[in-house]
Write a protein that binds this ligand. Structure first.
Ligand code: C2O
Ligand code: CU
Ligand code: CU
Length: 478
């Protein structure tokens, strides 16, 4: 019986392969599909050594590691990634910042059915842009991201960039109990209606920050990604002058950041170039001073004692090759506005939000603490979410975002990258394209993008508690 069955299967397979080969042979070579890179990622509970010293923390992991494996893809080359769900709850994977077909975007209910426990889903896309991206679940997002599910996704430039070395720091923030386990209480009211679940342990690439060894004279490209639930990070490199060359994966005009400070809100990435011009065997602190009076030293650059790699900084251009982003047509743009409302105000009161639905205990069981234009969409995405606005494919959208709340919000758009035009009325320089734009309390930001990618797309705050509690919306491109 068995051998008959396998004969049938293999014969059918043989026929499929044979006919595919025949079809390929009839096509001119330029039409033949490029070979697809095949990858698998298993999602499952695991253990991680987040704090060093031999202690283990129970986590959820991609391929058993926190963060998940760094996926290195090539620009314009197709990839197929099979995700196997070994959790006992639904999951999906969202390829954050990649401009891909809507069906591959990983939003449960909205773009795909959730991946049930024991099942898998095949993601297929061709990254159009080179840069620093990341991947994470979009189901039970607060808990799944908070338990460690995140990984870097790097799309390599067609031609290598002239640096001596490339480094990646994927930053994660954890709320751990005294015995080093992930603290319970995800989605409580205090977190949901205020700053979100800010933790007490920051890791770099899944471990305690360690010394970063560097060499005098070398030029390093450092890819920074903030995969935290809620912690905003502002890095300073003592004794060094970082040059920002890309934001959210998209190249910008190379520039020094304001005040030498790199602000990375949750989900944001910044690529910097560092010329290591310090003194041999000296240590230079890298500090995070985002929260007033809570500055701490995150890591150190530690120079080796060897001879300099070169006497002067490398004399090579810093500008990265441009990605094929469509240029917004501002004269013909369609204007849309998103107003962020809700959250805790002074005196411990929850802001009243006109038309807000589902008010109750904020943050509990997906109830609302926030709203966009008077509507609270809670949770992770589900079927039947009515779009806030609809754009005809190809039109430029001029999007204004107003933060009427007392809190910071990194607003993230799926499927697109937006050119940031102005902040509180002042033009934003250096041609910054971003998929995640940080709004300070009361900020007003104007952006533009060409709606060239059809589908229903999410637009939400990337503080996971805020998204779950209503700071989320959907728009449609037809
Ligand atoms: Cu990084 Cu909607 O996600
Ligand atoms: Cu995204
Ligand atoms: Cu927010």
């Amino acid at each position: 019986m068995n051998s008959d069955f396998s004969f049938v299967v293999s014969r059918r397979r043989f026929l499929q392969v044979a006919s595919a080969a025949a079809a390929a042979a009839m096509q001119p070579s330029s039409l033949r599909a490029a070979p697809v890179e095949d990858r698998r990622i298993a999602v499952a509970p695991g253990q991680a050594s987040l704090t060093g010293g031999g202690g283990q923390t129970a986590v959820w992991a991609y391929d058993g590691t926190v963060p998940g494996p760094t996926l290195r893809l090539r620009q314009h080359e197709p990839v197929r990634i099979t995700v196997e769900n070994g959790l006992d709850e639904d999951t999906t994977v969202h390829w954050h910042g990649i401009r891909l077909p809507n069906a591959m975007d990983g939003v449960p209910g909205l773009t795909q059915p959730p991946i049930k426990p024991g099942q898998s889903f095949v993601y297929e896309f061709t990254p159009p842009d080179a840069g620093t991206f990341w991947y994470h679940p979009h189901a039970d997002s607060l808990v799944q991201l908070g338990r460690g599910l995140a990984g870097a996704l790097i799309v390599e430039e067609r031609e290598p960039v002239s640096v001596d070395r490339e480094l990646l720091w994927l930053l994660q923030d954890w709320r751990l109990t005294k015995d080093g386990q992930i603290a319970p209480g995800f989605g409580n009211m205090m977190d949901a209606a205020m700053s979100g679940r800010v933790g007490n342990v920051v890791t770099i690439n899944g471990g305690p920050p360690a010394d970063q060894k560097v060499r005098v004279g070398e030029r390093v490209r450092l890819r920074l990604a903030n995969a935290s639930l809620a912690r905003i990070i502002a890095l300073r490199f003592e004794g060094h002058r970082p040059i920002v060359v890309a934001i959210d994966g998209q190249p910008c005009d190379p520039h020094e950041p304001d005040g030498g400070r790199l602000v990375l809100a949750p989900a944001m990435r910044i690529d910097i170039v560092l010329d290591m011009q310090g003194d041999p065997s000296k240590r230079y602190a890298v500090t995070d001073d985002f929260y007033d009076s809570l500055a701490y030293s995150l890591a150190n650059l530690v120079y080796d004692t060897g001879p300099p790699l070169r006497p002067h900084p490398l004399d090579a251009p810093l500008r990265l090759p441009a990605n094929p982003l469509p240029a917004p047509d501002l004269a013909e743009a369609e204007r849309q506005e998103i107003v962020l409302q809700g959250g805790m105000m002074g005196g411990g009161k929850l802001a009243g939000v006109g038309g807000m639905m589902g008010m109750g205990m904020p943050g509990m069981n997906g109830e609302a603490a926030w709203a966009i234009n008077g509507v609270s969409m809670t949770g992770d995405g589900h079927a039947g979410m009515a779009p806030q606005f609809t754009l005809k494919r190809g039109t430029t959208c001029h999007l204004t975002m107003r933060n009427q709340t007392a809190w910071w919000h990194p607003m993230h758009i799926h499927g697109f990258s937006m050119l940031v035009l102005s902040r509180n009325g002042s033009p934003v320089p250096h041609r910054q394209w971003q998929d995640t734009v940080l709004l300070a309390p009361k900020d007003m930001i104007e952006c533009a993008f060409v709606a060239d990618n059809p589908g229903d797309w999410m637009l939400h705050c990337h503080v996971a508690d805020h998204q779950m509690a209503g700071l989320m919306t959907v728009f449609r491109v037809t």
